[in-house]
Design a protein around this ligand. Structure first.
Ligand SMILES: [Zn+2]
Length: 146
């Protein structure tokens, strides 16, 4: 569901989508993957947490991170979070990524980012800029209703 606050995320949800805005073109080193040039714009990250999804989302939307644990940490610390949406089923992580990629013409900047455990090119997508980014998160609700 599309929650306004982290505390409203249902405990049973296991999938999350974080929408971020990068304000300027920037080279970012993503751990061992190397350095990539990210163009300014809107990015979507798809991840999963088998438990404690509130804590996970909270961690992603906090700019300051005590440690850089995941690839996405290297990127997200450069961005402003626009919003997030969560879903119940954990197994659909890659299908959700595919759906977003098609729906929003998502492109991959850093191959391998967030997809160490699957065969996807990346779980971070740059999406086309439009005026109402947050509406795109609402559109994603349809995915879980399919
Ligand atoms: Zn995947």
């Amino acid at each position: 569901m599309l929650s306004k606050c982290v505390k409203d995320i249902p405990d049973t949800d296991q999938l999350y989508v974080i929408m971020m805005n990068l304000l300027e073109d920037r080279h970012v080193a993503i751990g061992k993957l190397g350095s990539f040039l990210f163009h300014k714009g809107t990015y979507i990250y798809v991840g999963s947490a088998k438990k404690n999804i509130q804590a996970r989302v909270k961690r992603h939307i906090n700019k300051e991170k005590p440690t850089r644990r995941w690839h996405i940490d290297f990127f997200s610390s450069n961005t402003s979070v626009i919003g997030f949406i969560t879903f119940p089923h954990h197994k659909g992580e890659c299908q959700l990524k595919d759906f977003i990629q098609k729906q929003f013409h998502g492109t991959v900047v850093a191959k391998g980012l967030g997809s160490s455990d699957c065969s996807c090119d990346s779980h971070l997508l740059k999406i086309n800029d439009v005026d109402n980014d947050i509406d795109k998160l609402c559109l994603l609700q349809e995915w879980s209703e399919q």
